[in-house]
Design a protein around this ligand. Structure first.
Ligand code: URA
Length: 226
């Protein structure tokens, strides 16, 4: 892997921060100054300011995201973030994003390549949302949501839609556009009052209170990789 990615994975700095360390000559690989295009493997000896660097253990956590917490690593406005709710070491970051007022399943990991794949539309990761909406959506509204609704960034892909109550609709989608579920319901005239993600890539928050997290099991990690 590229030296800046290695340093980021080791929790030393962001990739850009790692580039600065490399340019400043503070990073040695097997005793030689590392370059921006240096590739390293696990057997290479990497030091920063003379201190050996080792890769962090790959970690996968499932957080039951509560409302009122933002899905970023650091919030310029100083609001609480999902990163504040999980252990600091090894450092994990959220896969994808939930709005501050959205609750439910949020995967967090330091496995960058896996996070990248899961977020890529090509892999069509299944996400299930339960939305409480204004008004009682009629059958033709549910059909429109199923078939695709026109949003400013294009028509949505076919979705599964199930009525759970007069004002509660379960929506299963594969896309992950920004504020997609809220925008879909807005487009059909039923604004979302509250939103919960009940499933992400086969993972649920069953047994986890809001704000609590657990490590993924080995079987769950294997399934995500396949
Ligand atoms: N769609 C939304 O509108 N908000 C979320 O948080 C997730 C999906």
């Amino acid at each position: 892997m590229r030296l800046n990615a290695y340093l980021a994975r080791a929790g030393i700095a962001s990739r850009r921060g790692a580039d600065d360390l490399i340019k400043a000559g503070r990073v040695l690989v097997n005793g030689e100054p590392g370059q921006l295009n240096t590739f390293v493997e696990s057997r290479d000896r990497v030091t920063v300011d003379g201190t050996p660097v080792s890769l962090q253990r790959l970690t996968y956590l499932l957080l039951h995201k509560p409302a009122g917490v933002v899905t970023t690593a650091r919030d310029p406005q100083g609001r609480p973030t999902v990163v504040d709710l999980v252990p600091k070491e090894p450092r994990v970051v959220p896969v994808g994003r939930l709005d501050a007022d959205t609750t439910g399943v949020l995967l967090m990991t330091n496995d960058g390549p896996l996070a990248h794949r899961l977020a890529h539309p090509r892999y069509e990761i299944e996400k299930v949302y339960e939305a409480e909406v204004g008004g009682r959506p009629a059958e033709d509204v549910l059909r429109a949501l199923r078939e695709g609704v026109e949003l400013e960034d294009g028509i949505t892909a076919p979705a599964k839609v199930r009525r759970v109550g007069d004002h509660r609709i379960e929506l299963t989608i594969h896309e992950g556009r920004n504020r997609q579920v809220k925008r879909m319901f807005e487009a059909v005239g039923h604004p979302v009052r509250s939103l919960h993600r009940s499933l992400y890539a086969g993972l649920t928050v069953q047994g986890l209170a809001p704000g609590k997290w657990r490590p993924l099991t080995r079987a769950e990690i294997q399934r995500l990789h396949s």
